[in-house]
Design a protein around this ligand. Structure first.
Ligand code: PMT
Length: 400
């Protein structure tokens, strides 16, 4: 897939520079043409000669002298046009800040700004730096600019501490590079995902809620966005956005969720209802915090039935593929089949939430996929991200 592709590898100054050597080797092994550009700081860690030897072409550095094998090479414009994919690895807080703020003061930043090629960035730095609000603001800006940022890994850092900031493993980096050349399978698909447990207010400080962490729904949303879908995530919990394709709408109650769903459903192709919606809400929300009374033992909250959001929205289907979840503690398949019919949805992803490692507030789940006129299909226990990847692969192959 990389054969003949022009990849420009920008190496900026961090301790992980030496790891970029292996990336060059892998790219060359995959028959890509690799042009390395090094900042001044990067050259303090590894010499350009090492990169030139591995990439089989002279390295461009920040002194603006034409160093290419081609005589007429004008570095920043020609290189910008030559490039099919620009990879910045490792990417320092400095280059991230320059790109986010339009500063072009060396060959690396100038060329990155002059190229219209897709950009893939692997930040590595000290954990405190990574968490610095200025760095995070710059990362968000780059996300909005459609630049793909791969979050650093957590682990042992060069300064002898554990934390987030490490360069991901070579294999992960290569998968990300391959992905940049793969046609997004869900491009043009509008997806709505609901996630998290609704919160139904009793008074200004208390609510009826549940244990849903939003992990299952957020995984569904992130993977779909990574596969090119445009995703609207209607959620009670906030997550840092993994993709510019993801639009997060934060809500609290079932009624707010229903309203947002109604606003977006008509223009969607797929709905994934992973949220744990409260079936009831307090009939009246107290204006002030309810005081306890020393003489009173028993308190009553009158509850009102919430709408069955999924059942109601499914009545408005006009070609959308509607997926519900079923959270059960017994009779998983019969109960889930009942929901499939009663709510008139196209698929139910049933999970037995009483099983260890399944359901609420854990990173894994065991799903049984239930469709009309098809045998149930049970997938083994796996991470919620893997379930999401398997689900969207299934959708792409069997339904889309
Ligand atoms: O968020 P996590 O911690 O990762 O946990 C994931 C999960 C267990 C919450 C998720 O996998 C899951 O099962 N979500 C659905 C939970 C639920 O409300 O199940 P249910 O069987 O009660 O409802 C069936 C379907 O109807 C669900 O799609 C639900 O979103 C929907 N529903 C339910 C009640 C209601 N009033 N309106 C609805 O739309």
């Amino acid at each position: 897939m990389l054969k003949g592709k022009h990849i420009t590898l920008y190496v900026t100054g961090g301790i992980a520079v030496y790891k970029s050597l292996n990336i060059v080797r892998e790219l060359i092994k995959n028959q890509a043409e690799v042009q390395v550009v090094m900042t001044k700081a990067a050259q303090e860690f590894v010499t350009p000669l090492t990169f030139a030897t591995l990439s089989q072409r002279p390295v461009l550095t920040d002194n603006f002298v034409a160093q290419s094998a081609q005589d007429d090479f004008i570095p920043h414009i020609k290189l910008a046009r030559w490039t099919d994919l620009a990879v910045v690895v490792p990417a320092t807080a400095n280059i991230i800040g320059k790109l986010a703020n339009g500063i072009a003061d060396d060959l690396t930043s100038t060329t990155l700004m002059a190229t219209s090629a897709p950009k893939l960035i692997f930040p590595t730095m000290n954990t405190t730096m990574w968490n610095n609000p200025a760095v995070q603001t710059n990362i968000n800006t780059l996300n909005l600019m459609d630049i793909r940022i791969v979050d650093p890994d957590s682990g042992f850092l060069a300064e002898g501490e554990m934390g987030k900031g490490r360069l991901p493993e070579l294999n992960t980096i290569m998968v990300e590079i391959f992905k940049m050349f793969t046609k997004p399978l869900l491009a043009g698909t509008n997806v709505i995902v609901t996630a998290g447990g609704t919160k139904e207010a009793i008074d200004p400080v208390r609510f009826i809620g549940n244990n849903s962490s939003g992990k299952m729904g957020i995984a569904m949303a992130n993977v779909a966005a990574d596969m090119g879908a445009h995703v609207t995530l209607i959620t009670t919990v906030h997550d840092s956005l993994s993709s510019p394709n993801l639009n997060e709408i934060k809500i609290s109650t079932a009624l707010e969720m229903q309203k947002e769903l109604e606003n977006h459903f008509e223009s969607s192709n797929v709905l994934i209802m992973a949220a744990a919606v409260s079936d009831f809400r307090p009939a009246h929300k107290a204006d002030q915090k309810i005081k306890k009374n020393d003489d009173k033992e028993l308190y009553t909250i009158e509850l009102k039935k919430n709408p069955d959001i999924l059942k109601e929205i499914a009545k408005k289907k006009s070609g959308q593929f509607v997926v519900g979840f079923a959270a059960e503690t017994e009779n998983l398949i019969p109960y889930a089949k009942k929901k499939l019919h009663e709510k008139n949805v196209d698929m139910i992803l049933a999970n037995d939430v009483s099983k260890a490692g399944s359901g609420f507030n854990v990173d894994t789940n065991e799903i049984t996929l239930i469709r009309h006129d098809k045998d149930p299909e049970t997938w083994p226990l796996m991470s919620k991200s893997d379930i999401a990847a398997k689900f969207w692969e299934y959708y792409e192959q069997n339904i889309k």
